[in-house]
Ligand binder design. Structure first.
Ligand SMILES: Nc1ncnc2c1ncn2[C@@H]1O[C@H](COP(=O)(O)OP(=O)(O)O)[C@@H](O)[C@H]1O
Ligand SMILES: [Mg+2]
Length: 364
């Protein structure tokens, strides 16, 4: 196993790249100067909104798409120009890409026969892969006679049989219904633990990202916004985009003035708090615009000066739409962002933004 490394990777669809030319091709960058490392053995999630370049990036790692500029390495080896079959990588697609006229077993065997693996070894590998995904009793069936979840498992077994160093998966669960999707998530986490290989998993679903990955790469408009563990991404976002994208719902962002915005998570508010002048907090009294019952908690949309915010409360109260609600936001639960939507870490600036916010809000 080895670390996968991307160095200044760019993709411009349709760009003609002249060999050994320093000329930078023009055009829209589907992937825009991306550099990061994928730790060996990690369950890495590439997450971001639709169209941000996730599939393009994954296909470049797989070798299914030309790299316009930049380098992809596995360990010390530059694989930028290697054929897909020589990269030690297996890809699982959203639509499974199974051959309809072949049985489950034949679908898995096919790639191995092409790779000129000896017959006895193919038999062994296919049986092992079928066992891992629990499809031993289905090997003579055709894809048409399988459920969506079973087809997904065949696609997984096919990838497993190639014994790759790295599995690439592009939204593999998006065609499954909610219940099956959540079961398959658990299975994939277990599969990762069993195989100990590197997984790179693409999704637009931040919940999937947060629950499955140990290393999350957040993308937007072809760029990497932040990389970290789920708790780093959630608790320490480096920009407004990540703060709003992660969470259900994401962070509230309130503009303070020309320079700053403050953010707070819907759950990071204190209810039933009397206004306390001594505490480092901003006291908010406002109205409920709408609410959702989430079982163990309620999610309220409330007025927030000229905008709105979400707050979450354990569901012991029976609050009504249009009724008053008050809470305070502790200073320590606030995140400050600058005019370019980047996180502010400078203590003096944090104080300045907090001061302006508190003064303004308490005079609303
Ligand atoms: N084959 C292609 N030719 C031209 N543009 C493409 C092609 N595939 C994707 N794109 C464009 O590249 C951008 C990134 O697409 P994609 O990688 O599919 O994003 P994601 O997987 O995050 O939804 C989008 O603007 C998309 O329209
Ligand atoms: Mg995609």
């Amino acid at each position: 196993m080895a670390t996968i490394e991307l160095q200044n990777v760019v993709k411009i669809y349709g760009a003609k790249v002249k060999k050994n030319s320093k000329e930078i091709p023009k055009g829209k960058r589907a992937v825009d100067d991306v550099s990061f490392q994928i730790p060996s053995g990690s369950f890495t999630i590439l997450v971001g909104p639709s169209g941000c370049g996730k599939t393009t990036l994954l296909r470049m790692i797989a070798g299914l798409e030309d790299i316009t500029m930049g380098v992809v390495k596995i360990g010390e080896i530059d694989i930028t120009n290697l054929e897909p079959g020589d990269r030690g990588i297996a890809m699982v697609f959203q639509n499974y890409a199974l051959y309809p006229h072949m049985t489950v077993r034949e679908n898995i065997e096919f790639g191995l026969v092409n790779a000129r693996i000896p017959k006895f070894e193919i038999k062994e590998r296919v049986s092992e892969a079928l066992k891992i995904v629990g499809l031993e009793d289905y090997q003579e069936r055709k894809p048409a006679n399988l459920s969506g979840g079973q087809r997904q498992r065949v696609a997984l077994a096919r990838a497993i049989s190639k014994t790759p160093q790295c599995f690439l998966m592009d939204e593999p669960l998006s065609n499954l219904d909610a219940k099956l999707r959540s079961e398959m998530r658990t299975e994939l986490i277990q599969l990762h633990q069993k195989l100990m290989s590197t997984f790179i998993y693409v999704t637009h679903d931040q919940i999937e990202a947060m629950t499955m990955g140990d290393n999350i790469v957040v993308m937007n408009e072809g760029k990497i916004m932040q990389q970290g563990t789920p708790s780093e991404i959630h608790n320490d976002p480096n920009c407004v985009f990540v703060a709003k994208f992660i969470g259900d719902p994401g962070m509230n962002i309130i503009k303070v003035d020309e320079k700053y915005s403050i953010g707070f998570r819907p759950r990071d508010v204190q209810f039933d708090s009397e206004k306390n002048e001594k505490e480092d907090a901003v006291f908010v009294k406002t109205k409920i615009l709408s609410f959702e019952n989430h079982g163990s908690e309620f999610l309220y949309l409330v007025n927030f000066d000229t905008t709105t915010a979400f707050v979450k409360e354990l569901s012991k109260h029976n609050r009504k739409v249009s009724s008053e609600i008050s809470f305070s936001i502790l200073k320590k639960d606030m995140y400050i962002f600058d005019e370019n939507d980047n996180r502010v870490y400078d203590q003096e600036k944090i104080e300045e933004a907090y001061g302006t916010f508190k003064t303004h809000w308490e005079n609303v």
